[in-house]
Design a protein around this ligand. Structure first.
Ligand SMILES: Nc1nc2c(ncn2[C@@H]2O[C@H](COP(=O)(O)OP(=O)(O)OP(=O)(O)O)[C@@H](O)[C@H]2O)c(=O)[nH]1
Length: 507
């Protein structure tokens, strides 16, 4: 009987594919979770770096403002001094008193000084180191001596000759009544002023704050280890690259001074030749991110592992169930097959034949095609059993069924054991002449097998065959065909056996 479900092999194949698909989905889910997490972790890293950039930029702005204000205040002092000197209205004592007042009101100032056209000390807040002290050699003095500009000059940091501390010189020239160079006024800003301000900021253990001249000379740098006042930082990435592109910006590089990898913000001052920068160590900026990333990575790994383990075990269980269901289905199919087979001969049994007969009878009635039934009965089989034994009788029945099997040429043909030593062959689309031909061939084939049967006048096993073919009417029942074929078989038996008889036409 043709099955309705997939073949067992196909079933396993389909199941195998589904399971592989399930495993692949599990793997994809795991990989997807890892990927999403990786992207999130990378994104949060950028967030930390952006936050650091923002903090650096704000701080750089603040210290640039601070530096600018500090120098402007010193410049206001210088403007006042130049004004008084050029008007020549004050006595030396009053002028010195004025300088002292300026210094007290401007705490960032280390001192305020006036030098004549030869560099000699005229007025000062701090006394000269020697009686003949002269500042003609100072860079700021030389600048004003050779420049007609009356602008403020901020020069590279120097060690004060009066106090010995590092100072940032802010200076202007003053002229005599004829407009000739008459000397230089100088206000010095303590480098310590910047140190005190910069130590207020939280820049971590390895961050840095820098104020430098725009030729790369360090005014002050925190941390102090690795870059002193007066040293040059011109080789840094900020001076070599960033500042050439833009006066304000962000950057990241490994420090040429201490080898620390930092992210920084820098800013050139608007009115003075100074640059400030604030930087944070990349390692410190990303430390918290790194810790969180490790925790998240561990959690994701555990989750993915759990997903794979739980999912894998579910898929494995599913696999077992499917395999079990398939083997049950296979067994059922085998049982079903066995239920329709005759256990001795392996051909269809009576039940299967009854089913086929009903099906084909109704089909023939519907379509209007002939349906033939050939009934075969072994002759003198009782005597065969008696002579050769029951087992030999079984062998004989199998041999007859083997012959019949050969005559099942069409898919719709049914060869069945009807009972005992009686067999049937159901032939759809077969008219009486065709059915008779098949019946005669069966009879001959059995005889030609030459199975010795001394109880049979023919000397070998023979069969009697009854045949009937009809185009069933809608009103008729399948039993009608059976009755007529059986009647034909009776005729064959009563007519001497080993022959084929057709059913007599019914009037
Ligand atoms: N060995 C064996 N014998 C069977 C089987 N089924 C039925 N028989 C025997 O078949 C014999 C049938 O005998 P009968 O009905 O008298 O028919 P017969 O001897 O063939 O005589 P005719 O049909 O008139 O030629 C009986 O002895 C049954 O026991 C079977 O499965 N195996």
């Amino acid at each position: 009987m043709a099955g309705t479900g997939p073949e067992p092999g196909q079933g396993y194949l389909g199941t195998g594919r589904s399971l592989w698909l399930a495993y692949a989905l599990l793997l994809a889910a795991g990989l997807g979770a890892i990927l999403v997490n990786l992207l999130q972790v990378l994104d949060s890293k950028q967030l930390y770096l952006r936050e650091a950039d923002k903090a650096n930029a704000n701080l750089a702005y603040s210290i640039a403002q601070h530096a600018q204000e500090s120098i402007k205040e010193a410049d206001i002092v210088l403007s006042g001094m130049v004004d008084l000197l050029e008007r020549g209205e004050n006595s030396p004592e009053a002028f010195n008193q004025l300088l002292t007042t300026y210094k007290q009101r401007t705490p960032q100032l280390a001192g305020a000084f006036v030098y004549d056209a030869q560099g000699r000390w005229l007025h000062y807040t701090n006394p000269p180191p020697t009686a003949d002290a002269n500042n003609f050699d100072r860079a700021y003095f030389q600048h004003h001596l050779h420049s007609v500009s009356r602008d403020t000059e901020v020069s590279n940091p120097i060690r004060s000759r009066s106090t010995g501390e590092w100072v940032l010189p802010v200076s202007r020239r003053f002229d005599d009544r004829d407009g000739h160079f008459a000397g230089v006024v100088l206000a010095t800003i303590r480098v310590d002023h910047f140190r005190q301000f910069y130590k207020l900021f939280d820049i971590g253990q390895q961050g840095s704050v820098l104020i430098a001249m725009n030729d790369g000379t360090i005014i002050y740098r925190r941390p102090e280890k690795g870059g002193d006042t007066g040293d040059s930082i011109l080789g840094s990435h900020m001076f070599q690259s960033d500042l050439k592109r833009s006066p304000v910006g962000l950057g990241a590089s490994i420090s040429v001074l201490d080898g620390v990898d930092r992210v920084y913000a820098y800013r050139a001052l608007d009115h003075f030749p100074l640059v400030v920068s604030v930087s944070l160590s990349r390692q410190e900026v990303l430390a918290e991110w790194g810790r969180k990333a490790v925790v998240v990575a561990c959690l994701v790994a555990v989750l993915v592992l759990a997903l794979i383990l739980v999912g894998g075990s579910l898929v494995a269980r599913l696999r077992k169930r499917i395999v079990a269901a398939q083997s049950i289905a296979l067994e059922n199919r085998e049982l079903q097959h066995l239920a329709h087979r005759d256990s001795l001969t392996g051909i269809s049994n009576r039940r299967q034949f009854d089913h086929a007969l009903r099906t084909e009878f109704h089909r023939a009635a519907t379509v209007g095609t002939p349906l033939a039934l050939v009934m075969i009965d072994v002759d003198h089989f009782k005597s065969f059993n008696d002579r050769y034994g029951h087992q030999a009788g079984d062998v004989c029945l199998k041999a007859v069924s083997d012959v019949l099997r050969r005559f099942k040429v069409r898919a719709g043909d049914t060869v069945a054991r009807y009972g005992g030593e009686e067999f049937v062959v159901l032939l759809p689309h077969t008219d009486p002449a065709g059915a008779r031909l098949v019946a005669e061939r069966i009879r001959q084939a059995v005889q030609e097998q030459g199975l010795v049967h001394s109880g049979n006048p023919a000397g070998v096993v023979t069969v009697s065959v009854g045949v009937h073919s009809m185009v069933p009417e809608d009103t008729e029942q399948p039993e009608r065909l059976l009755e007529l074929a059986d009647a034909a078989l009776y005729l064959a038996k009563s007519g001497g056996r080993n022959r084929v008889c057709m059913a007599q036409p019914v009037v």
